[in-house]
Design a protein around this ligand. Structure first.
Ligand code: TYD
Ligand code: MG
Length: 453
């Protein structure tokens, strides 16, 4: 039976369409000839042969998960405190972003700590990987390498070798010979991931699968296997920047939304243990449109610069361009500024950018965005030593945000002396920084920018 599958999300469709209803991706639907795994027809599963399983209480105390740490602190934290035995992790990212580099470094780090590590590459020859390891100064690490794409051979190898950790680079190159379609197709990627994950769980091996994010619909994307694994990490970054961010989007063993920050150097990826410093390092003199946001990424405070540019538009529909922040959220802030504080942006182009290639998703950045927009529009620079944070509601009220203390401490640590935020923040410890709190957007605008004409 012919069916059509979305390479982005794996949704099955009866007919081809230009756009997937499930994930809204364009041109991602391809024909998939593999027989759909439909069970025997007309037969219901009966209880014969089944046995009742033992049920347990919620209150039974289990020992904490015995995690292995790599010693690469940024990676261990994103994993939730180290790698869990018999777990499956997906590391997704654009081609060339540095996934293989990161995982080779991780493999070497785990191996040096005494764990058996097998690194299977379906993309590069063993000699190529050895060359990279040499360049990264990892050639002496006891990592076992294989260049192989046949899943049957890989499983047999892992069964014989019994490593603690197996890295599969990448899942899209793996090929299960019992599935009748080309490597990289949705059915192959799904089957290979399923085999590897169930094998790993049974044998107590941790597996890390690498998945390339695909722009074209030719190869199945990593989203197809997201639901099969315990942990999903995405490795992100802008090509032009040396920063790389490893972000946990799903983690059954730790907090999601945790990030690890790395810098791509000539000797591989270097950990960045104080990312705020890095993200603010390119900030020059106070300029209009630039505001420092005191944010939280995962469990860690992170300061970053929000930049706005507002200019008269020659277009009938002015431009709204956003990098690193949600464009719907920008539209909302512009509307609230207009409706609640009487500041119109009609007839003006608005550009918003989070500096350094960072992507901010916290609503707590609302106020910093509003401040950057106002600062750009009024051509009025905020004092250099000020940080801003707070959520804006549609009524124009400023809403308190969590972890105010952590934000303020980080700001104080980096030399900021003044913070502006919403009323009602829960503060315990006093960081050495003055905090000005306000009730609503109108009050904020007046307090920061003075009375407008
Ligand atoms: P790679 O890990 O091969 O990316 P992926 O596996 O995600 O496709 O990284 C490729 C890029 O990283 C390549 O453009 C070169 C760069 N790089 C460095 O800048 N420094 C290094 O030490 C290494 C190994 C790679
Ligand atoms: Mg690679």
């Amino acid at each position: 039976m012919t069916r059509f599958v979305c390479n982005e999300c794996g949704a099955v469709h009866k007919k081809w369409a230009g756009r997937c209803d499930a994930c809204s991706a364009w041109n991602s639907i391809v024909e998939d000839t593999a027989a759909a795994p439909s069970g025997p027809k007309g037969k219901a599963l009966d209880r014969k042969g089944g046995r009742p399983v033992e049920l347990s209480d919620l209150s039974v105390a289990d020992p904490p998960l015995p995690r292995s740490v790599s010693g690469i602190a940024e990676l261990d934290r994103v994993l939730g405190g180290g790698l869990v035995p018999a777990s499956a992790t997906l590391v997704g990212g654009d081609p060339g972003i540095g996934k293989s580099t990161l995982l080779l470094q991780a493999a070497a780090a785990f191996a040096r700590k005494g764990a058996g590590v097998v690194y299977v590459s379906g993309e590069e020859a063993a000699a190529q990987i050895r060359m990279r390891a040499q360049r990264l100064g990892l050639a002496d690490a006891p990592v076992k390498l294989a260049a192989e794409t046949n899943l049957r051979n890989i499983l047999a190898t892992l069964e014989a070798e019994k490593p603690r950790l197996a890295i599969i680079d990448s899942i899209q190159t793996m090929w299960a010979d019992h599935v009748d379609s080309a490597p990289g197709s949705v059915s192959q990627v799904r089957a290979a991931a399923h085999e590897l994950v169930t094998f790993a769980k049974r044998q107590g091996i941790s597996v890390i699968l690498v998945g390339h994010v695909t722009k074209e619909g030719q190869i199945a994307g990593p989203r197809v296997v997201e639901h099969m694994v315990d942990t999903v990490l995405y490795f992100e970054g802008e090509r032009g920047h040396q920063f790389r961010i490893l972000r946990a989007v799903k983690n059954r063993f730790g907090p999601a939304d945790e990030i690890g920050v790395f810098e791509m150097t000539g000797e591989g990826l270097a950990e960045v243990s104080n990312p705020s410093e890095l993200f603010l390092s390119e900030r020059g003199q106070p300029a209009s449109g630039s505001v420092v946001f005191a944010g939280i990424e995962g469990t860690r405070p992170l300061l970053c610069e929000i930049q706005a540019l507002v200019a008269p538009s020659p277009l009938a529909t002015p431009r709204r361009t956003v990098v690193g922040w949600d464009s719907g959220r920008l539209a909302m802030i512009l509307a609230v500024l207009e409706a609640r504080a009487g500041i119109a942006f009609g007839g003006m182009d608005v550009y918003l950018n989070v500096a350094g290639g960072l992507r901010v998703a916290e609503p707590a950045a609302d106020l910093a965005v509003a401040a950057a927009l106002m600062s750009a529009r009024q051509d009025h620079a905020l004092p250099a030593e000020t940080v801003v944070f707070g959520e804006i509601s549609l009524s124009g009220a400023l809403r308190p945000v969590p972890q105010a203390d952590a934000r303020l401490r980080e700001a104080a640590k980096l030399g900021f002396s003044r913070a502006v935020g919403p009323n009602g923040l829960k503060r315990a410890a006093q960081a050495p920084i003055s905090l000005e709190t306000l009730d609503d957007l109108g009050g904020f605008v007046e307090s920061v920018f003075g009375p407008l004409d």
